[in-house]
Design a protein around this ligand. Structure first.
Ligand SMILES: Cc1ncc(COP(=O)(O)O)c(C=O)c1O
Length: 456
């Protein structure tokens, strides 16, 4: 069993965790060590434990200076990444690498759990996280709505049967002709954060519902989305007044607390701003009806995260406390929906050292920054890794991609350790890779193809 690095993430009130990956239950004999066909020892495809101490197969170690976070319940639930039986069976056939394997049943389970956790919210899946047709089709079947960033994303949703009335054009940066084309297709819900954008919408999507994106602090997020999007509360107020005068329907406000947001308390902060502006505009006769909670719900990477039920309870409590009348609620999960549904299978291309005296080895795999692993930028997202040689003695490594570009280094500072026996030809499995991977790949940098994806 191999220890994963322990990033200092604020996961619980009692401390950070030193944790281990789900352990392969046995090796398949053959030319190279193989992964087991059986599922790792977890219920279904994820851990659902009542408290950190109850986590099966996770070793928890308390640390002294633990960051705190606003907890919803004394014993929050936790989720850790996993491998389903379907994925394991498919990967046992050793498909060509690099490849992403997504179990759509996990996506469905995530959708259903979110609906149950936030029953008053409409789920608008953030298509950008993974726009694969089978995934979108499954979500249409489940009654999902969609948050889209572009006209092609709108068309992808329509192609699988989504109702345009359930599509939000959520990008605050849109070309006038794309707004017109979306309007022609029946889309009537648009985001904005600037006056010029509002004018474009008024001209090309007359009478539509619009919502203004607020700039909010992204503290606690592993992948912040601040600065580029949103405007101040003061400006949002003025713009929503203007929206009315332009013949648009000022529908509400949105925000994004940052992707992979580990602190559910961040929604409190944003919702307080929103509630204040709702009240202020109501005094001017503008009655906003909608609160868009954005994305940010986490997927489990290198450490367990709190469950969607815990986030849902916290958000519901806050909305109930801050809004005298329940607004229409929209939630836009991207990473949460598909993250833990996918495994990225890579092959080790080379293991080397830069000098005989160096302890740290370089491990080069066939997926890198340019074919799917863009979110390793700044080592923000550290995927849990499993190799068939887990259990052998391990040592520190620098993990890198296959291209001739020196920024194609995945992890240098994250303290990754891999088995000393690992060698070229072995597979290295990256868990929780179902979101923001395939779509981040270049078309062929250095001649490497985008990652092939399989949806089960
Ligand atoms: C407007 C909007 N909504 C939702 C999301 C999805 O966020 P996440 O993947 O953190 O759930 C994003 C991500 O960039 C976004 O820009």
């Amino acid at each position: 069993m191999r220890a994963f690095p322990c990033p200092s993430l604020p996961f619980c009130s009692s401390g950070n965790f030193l944790h281990r990956a789900p352990s392969p239950a046995g090796a398949v004999t053959g030319r190279r060590p193989g992964f087991p066909l059986v599922e790792s020892p977890m219920r279904s495809h994820a851990f659902f434990a009542d408290a950190p101490s109850a986590l099966p197969d996770l070793e928890c170690e308390e640390r002294a200076s633990a960051p705190t976070l606003s907890l919803v319940a004394p014993a929050p639930q936790w989720v850790a990444p996993g491998l389903t039986a379907k994925m394991a069976a498919f990967l046992a056939e050793e498909p060509q690498t690099p490849c992403l394997v997504v179990d759509l049943d996990v996506v469905e389970d995530n959708f259903r759990r979110l609906r149950a956790a936030l029953p008053e919210a409409e789920v608008f899946y953030a298509v950008k996280a993974n726009p694969a047709r089978p995934l979108l089709a499954r979500l249409v079947g489940l009654g999902s709505s969609f948050d889209t960033a572009s006209l092609p994303e709108i068309d992808m949703c329509l192609d699988v049967g989504a109702d345009p009335a359930r599509i939000s054009y959520g990008n605050t940066i849109k070309k006038a002709r794309d707004i017109a084309a979306a309007y022609e297709r029946g889309v009537r819900l648009y985001a904005f954060d600037a006056e010029e954008e509002l004018e474009k919408i008024a001209q090309h999507a007359p009478g539509s519902q619009v919502f203004c994106r607020l700039f909010v602090d992204n503290k606690g997020a592993q992948w912040p989305l601040s600065r580029k999007f949103g405007c101040s509360v003061r400006m949002a107020g003025d713009l929503l007044r203007k929206a009315q005068s332009l013949g648009l329907e000022p529908h509400g406000l949105s925000f994004h607390v940052g992707s992979q947001q580990n602190d559910p308390g961040q929604w409190d902060v944003a919702l307080s701003l929103v509630a204040g502006l709702f009240a202020e505009l109501a005094e001017d006769g503008i009655h906003l009806g909608m609160v868009n909670l954005g994305g940010g719900l986490p997927t489990p990477y290198g450490a367990p995260v709190m469950t969607v039920e815990a986030y849902g309870a916290k958000i519901q409590e806050t909305v109930g406390r801050l809004f005298p009348t329940r607004p229409r609620l929209i939630v836009e999960p991207g990473r949460y929906m598909g993250g833990n549904a996918g495994i990225l299978e890579t092959e080790v291309v080379l293991v080397s050292r830069k000098d005989q005296a160096e302890e740290r080895r370089w491990v080069y795999v066939d997926a890198g920054r340019f074919n799917g692993l863009a979110e390793t930028e700044g080592e923000a997202i550290v995927y849990p890794m499993v190799s068939p040689r887990d259990g052998d003695p391990d040592g520190p490594v620098i993990l890198a991609g296959p291209t001739c570009d020196s920024v194609d280094i995945l992890y240098d500072k994250s303290g990754i350790r891999l088995p000393l026996s690992l060698r070229a030809g072995d597979r290295l499995r990256l868990l929780s890779a179902g979101a923001y991977t395939t779509t981040y790949a270049s078309v062929g940098f250095n001649g490497f193809s985008p990652i092939k994806a399989h949806y089960l």
